[in-house]
Design a protein around this ligand. Sequence first.
Ligand SMILES: C[S@@+](CC[C@H](N)C(=O)[O-])C[C@H]1O[C@@H](n2cnc3c(N)ncnc32)[C@H](O)[C@@H]1O
Length: 270
Amino acid sequence: MINKSLLEKRFSKNSATYNDYANVQRIMAASLLSFTQPEPADPPTSILEIGSGTGLLTKQLADKYPDALIDAIDLAPGMIDSAKHYVQNKNVTFTCCDYEEVKLTRNYDLIVSNATFQWFNHLSDTIAKTCNHLNRGGQVLFSTFGPSTFYELNQSMQAAKLKISYEKRVEVSQRFLSLEDLLTICQGNSDETRCNVNGYEELHVEMFSEVRDFLKSINKIGASNSNTEHQSQSVSLFREMCTIYKERFLTEQGNIPATYHTLYIHILKE
Ligand SMILES: C[S@@+](CC[C@H](N)C(=O)[O-])C[C@H]1O[C@@H](n2cnc3c(N)ncnc32)[C@H](O)[C@@H]1O
């Protein structure tokens, strides 16, 4: 389970540094935006963005669809403050709330969410709610992370645990669903809501000078593990993990690779 108050605090605390480190999230936002047609004959007039963060995608949506009314929701007050500062477009309304808990009062032509659905505790219900609030002909576009995300880190941590016989449970990141599982969940909600579901996946490898730089980048976007069952790890385990990471994965150019497995889902309501 995600600890929402911890998640809220981490994202709020790191809202000032988020944009400097969110390289993969930026790529994901660009991909999502490219799925909305360049010059749609029938542009959306109502848009909901879930997990708007610092407003990177919100601003692009607001510029692309100046006649649409955009509701942007985020859990973290710090993120909402940054986004309000960055996105001055008059057609955007920001609301600070937990999307999983909020009762939506209207339907939308377009519902978008970048790099946020991995933080939900009730994914199936939340996807059903999202589909239920789509207008006919409307679409949901969201991106999230797949199970190969941080695989170097996960492998190094497992190997370090074995090496020093560390028996406590350690989760370096939250669990990510596969594209197949995510499609099954979305399709499970599509009969009632008459939605067509499609998805695709990509791998991105980001390079760092040191393992610590990679871990710092996760902290600086507020995305470190916020599971309730997360255990803090020992210093010797952490050191061992860093050593194994370097031994196993250092590239010929002397860089530390970190894999991001990105998933994209497109839901179209008939
Ligand atoms: C990785 S950031 C992505 C931000 C933005 N979409 C972007 O592309 O840069 C995830 C965002 O989702 C927000 N978030 C997480 N869980 C949420 C929830 N249950 N309801 C609303 N926002 C949530 C976080 O506060 C954070 O701002």
